[in-house]
Design a protein around this ligand. Sequence first.
Ligand code: AMP
Length: 396
Amino acid sequence: MNVLVINCGSSSLKFQLINSESEEVLAKGLCERIGIDGSLTYQPEGGEKVKSDKAMPTHTEAIQFVIDALTDEKTGVVKSLDEIGAVGHRIVHGGEKFASSVVITDEVLAAVEECNDLAPLHNPANLIGINACKKLMPGTPMVGVFDTAFHQTMPEKAYLYGLPYEYYEKHAVRRYGFHGTSHSFVSKHAAEFLGLDLSASKIIVAHLGNGASISAVLNGQCVDTSMGLTPLEGLVMGTRSGDIDPAIMEYIAKKEGLDIAGVMNVLNKKSGVLGISNNLSSDFRDLEEGMNDGNKYAKAAMEVFCYRVAKYIGSYAAAMNGVDAIAFTAGIGENSGTVRKMILGYLGYLGITVDEEANKKRGEDLVISAADSKVKVAVIPTNEELAIARETVALV
Ligand code: AMP
């Protein structure tokens, strides 16, 4: 079956058409600036990537252009919509309502809408994408795959904040976690790749991308993760602060003359390694270069980032009473041997030793721990689209 995987943002839409038997990507692309002007980038398997400007007042036009491109006589990869068996939608927040992927029905859409307050930038956009697809592909089954679902197995002690309990009961204020599709995919694949029995394993997944989170996966189930009510908590990220003393918000507001929205903007968009590096960059390629050139801000950003990851790994080893394997994934985790080395440098006490040569490689399934290491350390490229396609096929 061919599955169309859709990841819809407020003004963008990423897509892949995946053959679920061969797991090949038949075509992929991106619609950008929806509601502003609009462009479509489209690349069929083995073909060239082509970007063209197209008027996209709403997501419905964007999806129509995607369908047109996929079924185009010259560059298309299917003859008609009949060859698309299902659509898998990434949905950011499922609250406590969704602990797994679901076939999308009217009831599901209403329940997702109820989670809008928890992810006001993302869930409404996801819903718009789903509704646009329903309009253009009315007979095709749709599945929702939630970023939060994998983390729903966290115990209460891991998801409750030290806040009045009534805020949890009245307003659903608790830790949810994100990147769940990636943490699920990578933990399963790491166990398989490393020859571990997933149902009797302690795996820490470090998803280090522009957004970064880490999770503790005990016997295949998530028991803790670093992101919280929103994706702002936890690790230091590209532009997000991660954990800070909450009192900083009032302090900065007073000192800088900002309101809550202004402070939130700083914490989401101007902080993280971008902020620490004195606005040098949020990209670790630039930071590594800066650090090697003696830029003290770049060095501080790299060190704060890696130290925070190492501390979380230590706390998750404590949470699981040990760790069998650590898996690095996402843009930084898959590509930066320097970041991995700096993080693993803190973890000698766990009996971790690094295979320096293996650690220099990038972008493929790799074991980077040495043969005598007490904990296996691997690089496992994530593939959220494939994970969504697999979940979709399993449900339809
Ligand atoms: P992601 O959000 O998973 O797409 O990751 C994007 C981030 O990965 C970029 O902002 C970079 O910081 C990082 N990245 C990508 N390629 C490399 C590389 N070759 N070396 C270091 N960092 C990289």
